[in-house]
Design a protein around this ligand. Structure first.
Ligand code: ZN
Length: 391
């Protein structure tokens, strides 16, 4: 059934082109009732439709009709990001300022309104070694961000704090994101706001994901889904600065997958973040654009014309960052991560801080891997009194 329809519509659609190539009027295809079949627009995503074009002497060759994939591959190959960092061309600090400002525009952060936080502690639960406070704060007028704050017992001074960004799924308690308890066990204060569209903030049924709907609605209003989510995390820093337990000079962030994107953006945009880890996210947009199992929400409009993903991570420099990539990561293959890291390392080198960009390539999939990160964060987030040597 489908192939019969396809055959008819292919003939019909090609009628015009065919007639031009043949120098004669192309015949309209007829359906079974003698009516002209409607021309069809093919969206051949992963395959190319071809049509045999008769050349002279009875020879034929196949010409591509249209391939979405090939079209965008060609577009990606020819794009020249205007703010891609080039060591010989850019002054590092001036480049950072320019890219940070432009990225903020692409994320539509200037469309957000800062409101009083009006934070409330809704409940406190005690567990061995720490307590958990359930908190809400207002991130923009009328928008409440539910969050969990984990505070270790017996703090003697303001402590280093991790802003934990979870990724797709049911919310912060999804098994992939429970690694935050490892930070709590190591004495970190951990702050875990719920990302918009997940958990209690899901659009539609609780636990569901609807990034495409939010993406569309945001786009219609000149906003951006990543920017909206990021905004809550920018305000999370404002909230943490109100807490006496938090050492505001030692606030770090990190996340896996979408959480890795948010952590990267948070550290890139806000220099109050002292260190970051980005797990299962850093890659090249070229490597990700045909990973069809990835969600739409990482696609910042026009970003490939602005910069490489490594440039966004380069906004963190010279502040330290760990990039994590699993050798069996399917959504974000390690080859793209390693390529992006090579680019990132060049940016850190230009910032005079090559040692502050670290990659952890581990045997595993799309998951957090703590070994390198825990050790690096212990070095980078020492209290000011005991910090020494390089940042
Ligand atoms: Zn998504």
């Amino acid at each position: 059934m489908f192939s019969a329809f396809r055959s008819l519509t292919r003939r019909c659609w090609l009628g015009g082109a065919h007639s031009l190539l043949m120098g004669s009027a192309g015949a309209q295809a007829q359906d079974g009732n003698g009516a002209a079949a409607r021309p069809a627009c093919y969206s051949a995503y992963d395959r190319e439709w071809t049509w045999p074009v008769p050349l002279d002497a009875g020879q034929k060759r196949e010409i591509p009709l249209y391939s979405t994939r090939q079209y965008f591959l060609d577009q990606a190959a020819s794009v020249r990001p205007v703010l891609r960092f080039e060591a010989g061309r850019h002054d590092f600090r001036a480049w950072q300022r320019e890219l940070r400002a432009e990225l903020s525009k692409r994320l539509a952060l200037d469309a957000q309104t800062k409101s009083p936080l009006n934070s409330r502690v809704l409940s406190v639960e005690k567990f061995p070694g720490y307590r958990v406070e359930t908190i809400v704060y207002q991130s923009e007028p009328g928008v409440l961000a539910p969050s969990l704050l984990y505070v270790p017992d017996n703090l003697r001074a303001p402590e280093r704090t991790l802003i934990h960004c979870h990724g797709h799924g049911s919310g912060p308690d999804h098994p992939l994101y429970k690694y935050r308890f490892e930070f709590v066990k190591r004495g970190y204060i951990v702050f875990a706001p719920e990302v918009r569209d997940f958990g209690q903030r899901a659009f539609g049924k609780p636990g569901g994901m609807a990034c495409d709907r939010t993406y569309k609605l945001a786009a219609l209003l000149g906003k951006n889904i990543a920017g909206l989510r990021l905004w809550d995390f920018l305000r999370a820093i404002d909230y943490l600065e109100t807490r006496p337990e938090v050492d505001r000079r030692r606030i770090a962030c990190g996340g896996l997958s979408l959480g890795g994107e948010l952590a990267m953006l948070l550290a890139a945009i806000d220099e109050r973040i002292r260190a970051a880890f980005v797990s299962g996210f850093l890659s090249t947009y070229d490597a990700l654009m045909f990973q069809t199992n990835n969600c739409i929400c990482y696609a910042i409009p026009g970003i490939m014309t602005l910069c490489r993903m490594s440039d966004i991570a380069g906004l963190i420099a010279p502040r330290p960052v760990v990039i994590q990539t699993g050798t069996h990561d399917k959504p974000v293959p390690t080859a793209g991560a390693q390529q992006a890291f090579l680019e990132l390392r060049e940016i850190y080198r230009a910032a005079g801080a090559a040692d502050n960009a670290v990659i952890d390539i581990f045997e595993g999939g799309h998951q957090f891997h703590g070994t390198v990160t825990f050790a690096a964060f212990d070095r980078w987030l020492k209290p000011a009194s005991s910090a020494g040597g390089k940042e």
